[in-house]
Design a protein around this ligand. Structure first.
Ligand code: C2E
Ligand code: CA
Ligand code: CA
Length: 512
């Protein structure tokens, strides 16, 4: 038994207070008496032991959970900073790394350089071979870029087919040589399951200047990349301030063009297509011009590519289609054109990608009461040959509609005989470059004869464009060419002038 004032009682109380305060390792001393009080003390110690073990377990569990949570957090951060397809850095990661290197440059390091590249042929690959193939190409490109740079460089995919490389602390010369190494690496074919594709790139390079932000640097690399695209693909361009000016001009021109289409600043000129044997005008090619309020007449080579890039081409193409068909209707109503006169218009490759285009052609024709075979659509070889399912569908639908289809600029591009035979076209317009050397190059007449034979063997008719001299016209007629077009027969002229030419032809016909 214990008595009041037993010192162990005080120790027990102390011990309980310590345990309650969280000192789970503290124990209460047991006396040699081994009486009931000692039993309580031992019981309390056992409780403390249990508590301590439970507490430790809890701590371990919390530790584990915390670690898992941290890992998940890191994984999420990584995901937020990587491109899931290629495993490369993404835009956010690039910008953050770029900010770091800019800060280091401020402390006296060499400046960083940014390379931006955009694949030249990617859209075509994706459209014609499918997204799985497209993904494979993107992954392969990412690997090739990674294989061309140092481990300390950041390789990022910024979305779509756009990649970037950040080289910290470098010089323009080194960055340019890395850029050229990447271009060389991208120059060889990418092997896919059933195909192999070539996928060059346009590349812009920009080196960080004092006080520049990451956004500014990326924007300048982007401007340089666009300049590289414009200057013929597969090359590297270093940013120059003058490029900014060109870009401003360009975006100004795009704005202007948008207005031009809605405010009817566009006009069609017409150039005669003639029958070589008789000189009779058998049709007209509508060629668009832009009467810019301050720049004067802008030629199509300058603004058609712009309209393509800015997504304005279908509006422009629709306008050309309706205007040319209406013009044909007018000339027919005035008796200047008959059933032996057809209208030709140029179709952009993107038009073939729009299913509505077929409807637009049908509507324009039925609205004007023109029978389909009096309209000929000119398509460039490249547009058809690199074409995908949709193109083929559009072509055969147009074919069913009954409009004439003609390959334009034949001889400049892919020129495969098997394609010529497979395509649902009935005419071929031979590019004017083929006539250029007639008269100077002694081999040229043979080449022209061979091309004519080739086209005929495929069951097609040829129209020769770019006839500038009587001698060229005579030569073509002598080898049996049927139709031709060129400055020799008439330059593209406004509608009223063309109407006068038609009128003169009619008068002379009636006179003779
Ligand atoms: P294209 O279809 O090959 O048109 C023929 C171009 O050659 C025209 O230039 C014409 O003026 C020019 N040309 C005609 N005869 C001769 C000649 O004897 N000698 C020389 N050196 N040139 C000749 P233009 O009007 O500047 O058109 C350039 C290109 O712009 C066209 O090439 C065509 O690809 C495109 N284009 C024109 N109008 C349209 C349009 O309405 N829609 C689309 N999508 N493209 C158009
Ligand atoms: Ca043409
Ligand atoms: Ca042409």
């Amino acid at each position: 038994m214990f008595t009041e004032g037993d010192p162990r009682l005080g120790k027990l109380l102390d011990g309980i207070v310590r345990l309650a305060a969280g000192e789970l390792h503290s124990r209460i001393e047991v006396s040699p008496a081994r009486d009931e009080l000692d039993a309580v003390i031992m019981g309390t110690n056992l409780l403390a032991e249990d508590l301590q073990i439970m507490y430790q377990e809890l701590e371990q569990r919390v530790e584990l959970r915390t670690r898992l949570l941290n890992e998940a957090h890191l994984e999420m951060q990584k995901m937020a900073l990587t491109d899931s397809l290629t495993g490369l850095a993404n835009r956010a990661a690039l910008v953050s790394a770029l900010n770091d290197t800019l800060t280091e440059a401020e402390r006296g390091d060499l400046p960083p350089a940014v390379l931006l590249l955009d694949l030249d042929a990617f859209k075509g690959i994706n459209d014609s071979l499918g997204h799985a193939a497209g993904d494979q190409v993107l992954t392969a490109v990412g690997e090739r870029i990674k294989g061309s740079v140092r481990d300390t460089d950041t390789v990022a995919r910024l979305g779509g087919d756009e990649f970037a490389v950040l080289m910290p602390a470098t010089t323009l010369a080194r960055a340019a040589s890395v850029g050229n190494r990447i271009l060389a690496a991208l120059d060889s074919q990418v092997e896919l399951e059933n195909d192999s594709v070539q996928c060059g790139a346009s590349m812009g390079l920009c080196i960080g200047g004092a006080g520049q932000s990451a956004e500014q640097l990326l924007m300048e690399a982007d401007v340089a990349m666009y300049a590289s695209k414009a200057g013929g693909r597969n090359r590297l361009k270093v940013f120059e301030p003058a490029m900014l000016h060109a870009r401003q001009l360009r975006s100004q021109l795009i704005d202007d063009l948008r207005t031009a289409i809605s405010e009817s600043e566009l006009v069609l000129f017409y150039q005669p297509v003639v029958a070589l044997a008789s000189g009779r005008i058998e049709g007209a090619e509508a060629l668009v011009r832009w009467q810019h309020p301050s720049r004067g007449m802008v030629m199509p080579d300058e603004f058609i590519p712009l309209a393509e890039d800015a997504g304005l081409i279908s509006e422009l193409g629709g306008w050309v289609l309706r205007t040319a068909v209406r013009q044909l209707q007018d000339w027919r109503a005035e008796g200047r054109a008959g059933d032996d006169f057809s209208m030709r218009i140029n179709i952009s490759p993107t038009d073939l990608q729009r299913l509505e285009f077929i409807e637009e052609v049908r509507d324009a024709l039925s609205g004007a009461g023109i029978s389909p075979e009096l309209l000929v659509l000119e398509l460039t070889e490249g547009a058809i040959v690199s074409g995908n399912e949709l193109d083929r569908y559009s072509l055969s639908s147009l074919r069913k509609l009954g409009v004439g289809l003609e390959i334009d600029d034949f001889g400049t591009g892919y020129s495969s005989i098997s394609y010529l035979r497979k395509l649902p076209v009935d005419k071929v317009k031979v590019d004017r470059s083929l006539l250029k050397d007639l008269g100077t190059d002694p081999a040229q007449p043979d080449l022209i004869a061979a091309i004519l034979q080739l086209i005929r063997a495929c069951g097609l008719e040829a129209v020769w464009e770019g006839v500038e001299t009587a001698e060229q016209a005579r030569h073509l007629a002598s080898i049996g060419c049927v139709s031709a077009q060129g400055y020799y027969f008439g330059r593209p002229v406004p509608a009223d002038e063309f109407a006068a030419v038609l009128e003169a032809q009619r008068a002379s016909h009636h006179g003779s």
